[in-house]
Design a protein around this ligand. Structure first.
Ligand code: FAD
Length: 171
């Protein structure tokens, strides 16, 4: 994403706050609410479905006011509120700064190291973790890569120092 932003690309995203409601229509979900709509505000009508602040954004984007009476609200606009909860559009203008990054892209290409993670350009230099051009999604993949590659590179570097062989081919 940051790479695309750096290239000046406009990024749009749509958030689905109810992925578990796939296939569930507004009428089904709000059937009970529609029965007792009398006197309540639009905000009260949607109470409990989403965090109030997010729901109010959807309500306003649908052309309604949270304070107005739900019974007098245009039914199409009420339906639109729910539709927005399923596909709320955003323009992505930036991300948190480098200091907040969990993982960074880039690094030494895997083509430039052998199977023991020794540099092909600089003998005796072993690389691991984020120094290499490997990155994954959140979920433990980056830590796993850091540990696994660190173990391989560390063992190989230690063997090299003591003159022992790891038993693995360099390619
Ligand atoms: C806040 C946060 C949360 C994260 N959560 C997850 C997660 O849930 N799951 C997941 O898989 N990954 C997660 N990551 C990513 C994961 O932690 C990293 O990808 C991984 O730790 C990278 O390991 P590394 O050994 O390459 O680098 P690092 O862990 O950054 O280790 C590099 C080390 O080198 C040291 N160092 C730097 N410069 C020098 C120098 N000149 N001389 C000597 N030492 C130096 C640093 O102090 C540091 O100890 C998270 C990262 C952050 C920042």
């Amino acid at each position: 994403m940051n790479q695309l932003l750096a290239r000046g690309r406009k990024l749009r995203a749509e958030l689905d706050f109810f992925p578990q409601y796939e296939g569930l229509a507004y009428e089904q979900l709000c059937r009970q609410r529609l029965k007792r709509v009398d006197g309540s505000t639009v905000e009260a009508f949607f109470t409990g479905m989403l965090h109030k602040k997010i729901m109010n954004v959807c309500i306003r984007q649908a052309g309604l006011s949270p304070e107005q009476e739900a019974a007098e609200a245009d039914p199409e606009k009420l339906r639109r509120v729910f539709a927005l909860c399923r596909r709320l559009p955003f323009t992505i203008t930036g991300s948190h700064p480098f200091e907040s990054a969990q993982v960074c892209r880039g690094g030494v290409s895997l083509r430039e190291v052998d199977l023991q993670l020794q540099s092909r350009r600089c003998e005796g230099l072993y690389l691991a973790g984020e120094l290499l051009h490997v990155d994954g999604r959140c979920g433990g993949y980056n830590l796993q890569w850091a540990w696994a590659s660190g173990s391989i590179a560390g063992a190989a570097a230690g063997m090299r120092r003591t003159g022992k062989k790891t038993g693995k081919s360099n390619d």
